[in-house]
Design a binder for this molecule. Structure first.
Ligand SMILES: C=C(O[C@@H]1C=C(C(=O)O)C=C[C@H]1O)C(=O)O
Length: 361
């Protein structure tokens, strides 16, 4: 029997009507949850519950529908339902169309209000003042290393880390020029320039480079002058309507950036968490190795160790550590108690859901 296209499309229309009906029912219940929480002054955004939902629906049989798409769709459903409970503002390091903007949209969905801030410090300020519930800032790139400015701002602030977002970063060369030889200057944020060094020296050996405070600023320069180009993401090309001259120009294809979600809300314990801590150590032989062996004795996996000058005294350092697990776990509680006796200063920056590293895309 041959398929009838009209019938198939009628079936799809019926299913879509059912999906919308279910979304309507879900939104009505989420609004009731919102009323319940408001009456009891409970936090309305519950990260651990959202994580539980996302993990559960990912395990449901959806084939041939792709699992990753199920997660993306549900991220948007959660975002839309949450916005019914309370208007939520997210401050991100702007301007619009930066990778940080992309990370914020991926993590919180499009239904929340995403507001750009000019600097990392401004993002912290927006959250500290209560203008925004969360802030999103870049912390580390897999090719270029830590964003020191974010680490330093974290030291000075009382905000906690509520989550992390890992985004594959693919740079594009954006320009109004139609051939490489027309391009005299390539503008970008220093991080982006550093991640595309090999491409620039091979494809545009005669072009000079110019650092900008953001890739979006670079796009504005490239829009004004056809002899200029900018390095930025595909989203910037779309938003600013500038042609893509070349895609995937990053030197290492597995280029990822890690962003932090900062705020005041405790995300709660989930199936797989990570804890970030900050310690200062006594200036004596073996002080750091003592801490490291304590971590090993408790059977804790140390996944990141960074040091930054304390900015209080020359050659005095603060250490940032990420360990697997939640601060409520027995072995981490033990570790923290021991660290408190060993280190002049210990601060828990937060326990939050561990993000899976995205596979290369
Ligand atoms: C509905 C709730 O509130 C929010 C919205 C959620 C949802 O749409 O499922 C989940 C967690 C909360 O961030 C809840 O806590 O259950």
């Amino acid at each position: 029997m041959t398929e009838d296209l009209g019938n198939l499309r009628n079936s799809i229309d019926e299913i879509d009507t059912r999906i919308v009906g279910l979304l309507r029912d879900r939104a009505a219940i989420a609004a009731r949850v919102g009323d319940y929480k408001k009456a009891r002054a409970l936090p309305f955004h519950v990260v651990s519950r959202e994580r539980e939902i996302l993990d559960r629906i990912t395990e449901l049989e959806s084939a041939p529908f792709p699992k990753e798409s199920i997660r993306t769709i549900f991220r948007e459903i959660l975002s839309a339902c949450l916005s019914l409970e309370e208007p939520v503002v997210i401050s991100y390091m702007g301007p619009p169309a930066t990778y940080t903007h992309q990370a914020a949209l991926k993590h919180f969905g499009h239904s929340l209000k995403h507001v750009p801030a000019a600097t990392v410090r401004e993002v912290f300020r927006a959250v500290e003042s209560g203008e925004a519930l969360y802030g999103v800032v870049p912390i580390e790139n897999s090719t270029e290393g830590m964003v020191n400015n974010t680490l330093d701002t974290l030291v000075e602030s009382d905000l906690r880390i509520c989550g992390e977002i890992i985004l594959p970063i693919h740079h594009c060369l954006l320009t109004r020029a139609t051939s490489a030889k027309e391009i005299r200057t390539v503008y970008a944020h220093p991080q982006a320039l550093a991640q595309c060094r090999i491409y620039l020296s091979n494809a545009l050996p005669d072009a000079s480079t110019g650092e900008t405070t953001s890739n979006t600023k670079a796009v504005e320069m490239a829009l004004e002058d056809p002899h200029s180009a900018a390095i930025a993401g595909e989203m910037a090309a779309e938003v600013y309507n500038i042609p893509i001259f070349s895609r995937h120009i990053e030197d290492f294809p597995d280029n990822q950036t890690r962003f932090l979600v900062i705020g005041t809300i405790d995300p709660g314990k989930t199936r797989k968490d990570q804890t970030s801590i900050m310690v200062s150590i006594l200036d004596r032989v073996g002080a750091l190795s003592e801490i490291l062996s304590l971590i090993a004795t408790e059977g804790i996996n140390l996944t990141r160790l960074e040091s930054r000058p304390s900015r209080k005294k020359a050659w005095d350092y603060i250490f940032f550590m990420d360990i697997e697990g939640h601060q409520a776990d027995e072995n981490i509680r033990q570790l923290l108690t021991k660290l408190q006796t060993l280190c002049p200063y210990v601060r828990i920056l937060g326990s939050y859901p561990l993000q899976d590293k995205p596979s290369q895309t």
